[in-house]
Design a protein around this ligand. Sequence first.
Ligand code: DC
Length: 211
Amino acid sequence: MVAIDGPAASGKGVLAAALGQALGFPVLDSGLLYRAVGRAVTLAGGDPGDAELCARAAEALDPTGLDAPDLRTAAAGDAASRVAAHPGVRRALLDFQRAFAAREPGAILDGRDIGTAIVPAAPAKLYVTASPEVRAERRRLQLAERGEAAPFADILADIEARDRRDGERAASPMRAAPDAVLLDTSKMSMEDAFVAARRIVEAARARWESP
Ligand code: DC
């Protein structure tokens, strides 16, 4: 089982998908769960700051319908980061993530707290990061591709606000697990980052598969 954590737009999602393909493991982008809760709350006219309402939305979530394109928008990411601060929301999403992590022959989960809170015993842990500026530029290109053009400065401010909110909340804040391997992709192409990530995971795999 591979745990991949890191901040917004660090490249962890791309790496998780590529590793999943290379290893033949299913991949869960756990951010989509929080995005779906945020969307359910905002669509119903609710306040993402309302802990009880958000926890109820998380308990009612059907985690199989996570491929809607509107979950990928900047607004959905912002709502996700707000609802994710509530312990009741995190609790409601825990069992689904742990069951996914236990799938055979192995699974990959990416998020903020996979290696610290969801599967602290994960045999392979990566913490993928990049400077806020590099991440903002990557996000700008992604958004532009989807027709959501936005100024670099606004995207950077959003990324920094999200880092603060995700890193400073009391409930499972975004952290590198002490035994995670750090992968700073600031100066790497995604191809190089994939080669490095695969090497790290294969080394861990050799350890977990040896008797
Ligand atoms: O990875 P993402 O940008 O799709 O995540 C959206 C938000 O969801 C993120 O800002 C914080 C929250 N999140 C979380 O708290 N824990 C996770 N494991 C994944 C995401």
